[in-house]
Design a protein around this ligand. Structure first.
Ligand code: AHR
Length: 329
């Protein structure tokens, strides 16, 4: 039995080491990131990937906050693959880190590995995205946005903008299939547009949260749908890809075809200020400081809320022009 388990475990560790794009960073001397006995807390963090501007900003936030909080961070990039995240988590369990944090690429399929962490007495913090486990004792807390509310904000804006119009045809660029923000932003938007029956989602497909995915799917939508009034993209990057496709088709983004996105990263906000996007719902990637605070509490055995929701807003074109100079990402 042991003969079978050992090679699997060893190769899992090796694979994680290969796929990791970052490595552990030493804690800042003097910063108070102490675990029991005055040692720095060691956090194993499994990131989804580097699929979007949002994700890059989120990684930077986690790495910078770990440094200033004196938390030793072991970072791995799963390249948008669940199997890489599971391997990374198993490796962190083997390394006996003090706490594991991760942003799950998809919602389902986590119970086994989370149970392994629980049995090893390593607390887990979900950051950015949720899992759909029934057993809420498998993780200590979930820090991140309310994605359903984000989808609703996008839909509410469109309902207002569609007043007095007879037919509004929408194409939807969905995020990664099975990911919490893709599921919830779709649901929230669908809920909101029920208030305006003239709004119809005529096509909906995944662009995997990437700019190239958004462009490719939008090209196909433009070919098969002669009338498109609005693009609803689940993130800025896919919206930016759609802009490229719309311009290549000889149409004017923001005018001939209106665009609504989610995130409010720098490139998205610039396109909004330039009139190519019409509305952006904010999703903040700056989760690092809150994550480190929660990690310290969890490791110290203090109680934490089971859900911490990120504060967010939304931007019109005029608001984007005013906000852009102060944006941190
Ligand atoms: O989970 C957050 C989402 O993931 C962001 O909206 C998107 O840009 C990212 O890839």
């Amino acid at each position: 039995m042991l003969n079978k388990i050992l090679p699997v475990a060893v190769s899992a560790v090796a694979l994680v080491a290969l796929s990791a794009c970052g490595s552990s960073s030493a804690a800042t001397p003097g910063a108070s990131g102490g675990a029991a006995g005055g040692k720095a807390i060691v956090m194993g963090f499994s990131q989804v990937g580097a699929e979007s501007g949002w994700r890059t900003a989120n990684t930077k936030s986690v790495q910078e906050s770990a440094k200033s909080a004196g938390v030793e961070l072991k970072f791995s990039d799963a390249q948008q693959k669940q199997e890489n995240q599971i391997k990374a988590i198993r490796s962190y369990i083997q390394q006996k880190v003090d706490v594991i944090a991760f942003s799950p690429v998809v919602e389902t399929g986590w119970d086994t590995v989370l149970l392994e962490a629980k049995r090893a007495n390593i607390p887990v913090i979900l950051t950015d995205r949720a899992v759909d486990s029934e057993d809420k004792t498998l993780y200590k807390t979930f820090l991140g946005s309310d994605f359903i509310a984000e989808g609703k904000k996008a839909g509410d804006w469109l309902v207002k903008d569609s007043q007095g119009k007879s037919e509004v045809d929408v194409v939807e660029l969905q995020g990664t299939t099975g990911a919490a923000p893709a599921i919830d932003r779709k649901e929230g938007f669908a809920e909101a547009i029920k208030a305006a029956p003239q709004i119809k989602v005529i096509a909906s497909q995944t662009g995997d949260f990437t700019r190239s995915g958004g462009k490719q799917v939008m090209e196909a939508f433009l070919k098969s749908n002669p009338k498109i009034d609005v693009v609803y993209a689940h993130n800025d990057d896919m919206g930016l890809g759609a802009i490229e496709a719309i311009e290549a088709a000889g149409k004017v983004p923001g005018k001939d075809i209106k665009i609504i996105t989610v995130d409010a990263v720098h490139d998205g906000m610039q396109a909004l200020a330039d009139g190519k996007i019409n509305y952006i719902v904010e999703c903040s990637p700056l989760l690092g400081d809150q994550l480190m605070d929660l990690a310290k509490k969890v490791v110290a055995g203090e109680s934490v809320p089971e859900r911490v929701v990120t504060e967010e807003t939304a931007f019109t074109q005029e608001q984007a022009k005013a906000a852009l100079p102060q944006r941190k990402y």
